[in-house]
Design a protein around this ligand. Structure first.
Ligand code: F6P
Length: 364
């Protein structure tokens, strides 16, 4: 490998605590090999506008592992294969500008791209790999829904924040004999709701993997009343839906996004509970609080390990792969096997069994 090996790194999709730690590990490991690292701003947009590429040095990333967000910026709209561009009539069209990304990558004499992202961003990375760009993927998402890795960074922080919020809701719910419904993120997987709900002693947890019956939820709450439990905490994943129904959403969001914005089920569940039980009921949506702030120690360490492992894969020229946690090791998984397969909560898994055995209701 040449001494002047030049690595580009970008972050795509929603931010997740730990992104800066990946960057720190990549830059510091590269510097120790006398390689250069260039940070691409705002996902792939920086490769469409070459002013948006920053030479990263160890001084620039020292201890950024403790910072939330990403100093490189990220976007959910930056898919170079479907870039929103205004046509002559001022209408937004989705155009394939990926050739420009490839041209700029080559013109800048970059040798490899480390793409940090979730399912959508890793698919873009794989498509660029097929166009000839040497790519290494690093999995990121607070939703923990990537199949190829045991866990993604950002998830532990999101669960920790959600658990703390649920802990706090107990005292106010108890003081008012209320039902508190809290909606958490996770898209079409219930990991955040499940793990925070159990840890925060929720009475009911509703997840996308288990369609719920609102009457069963209400029966569980009223059964608690009979035994002197006059308040209840209900944790609802944003992707949860009643049996026979669909997850609620707020539409497509901004132009260029491929996904819909989920949300609204917390309010729906709260209204139904209030109507059917006549109990005082309130709801809250935790939203982006779950992605904000400093990563937990677990997420920092995992991110640093992923970043350093990505550099090892560059060294071994294992392009077209993604780092994945397979305890105690970090392995390389072909990107082809990673994309498009979502990891959802296993209904036979020990965590669900534990929840059921300690009396948590899933509304089924
Ligand atoms: O994928 C991460 C995530 O936070 C999801 O849990 C959530 O549905 C979505 O992103 C929110 O997207 P945005 O940040 O664009 O509102």
């Amino acid at each position: 490998m040449s001494k002047s090996f030049k690595i580009a790194i970008n972050m795509g999709g929603g931010d997740a605590p730990g992104l800066n730690a990946v960057l720190e590990a990549v830059v510091r490991s590269a510097s120790n090999r006398n390689w250069e690292v260039y940070g691409i701003k705002n996902s792939y947009e920086g490769l469409l506008d070459t002013n948006e590429i920053i030479r990263m040095t160890p001084e620039k990333v020292w201890h950024i592992s403790s910072l939330g967000g990403t100093i490189l910026g990220t976007t959910n709209k930056g898919n170079p294969f479907k870039m929103p561009i205004a046509n002559a009539a001022g209408e937004i069209e989705l155009r394939d500008v990926s050739d420009r990304v490839v041209d700029n990558f080559r013109r800048l004499r970059l040798d490899c791209l480390i793409a940090v992202g979730g399912d959508g961003s890793l698919k873009i990375a794989y498509d660029l790999f097929k166009k000839g760009i040497p790519v290494i993927g690093v999995p990121k998402t607070i939703d923990n829904d990537l199949a190829a890795t045991i866990i993604t960074f950002g998830f532990d922080t999101a669960v920790t924040i959600a658990t703390e919020a649920i802990d706090r809701l107990h005292s106010t719910a108890k003081s008012h004999d209320r039902v508190m419904v809290v909606e958490v993120m996770g898209r079409n997987a219930g990991w955040i709701a499940l793990n925070s709900g159990i840890s925060g002693s929720a009475d009911v947890i509703l997840i996308p993997e288990i369609p719920f019956d609102i009457d069963k939820v209400c029966d569980h709450i009223m059964e608690g009343e009979l035994h002197g439990q006059r308040y209840a905490i209900v944790v609802v994943a944003e992707g949860a839906a009643p049996a026979g129904g669909k997850a609620l959403n707020k539409g497509k969001g901004e132009a260029g996004r491929q996904d819909v914005l989920l949300g609204g089920v917390g309010e729906y569940v709260a209204r139904q509970i209030a109507k059917k039980t006549a109990k005082d009921t309130r709801f809250l949506v935790l939203g982006h609080l779950q992605r904000g702030g400093s990563p937990t120690t677990f997420d920092r360490l995992l991110s640093l390990r992923f970043g350093a492992a990505a550099l090892r894969l560059v060294e071994e020229k294992k392009f077209g792969t993604m780092v994945a946690l397979d305890p105690p090791d970090i392995k390389a998984i072909p990107l082809e096997e990673v994309i498009g397969s979502i990891k959802r909560v296993s209904l036979e898994g020990d965590t669900i069994r534990t929840a059921r055995e300690i009396g948590i209701c899933f509304g089924d």
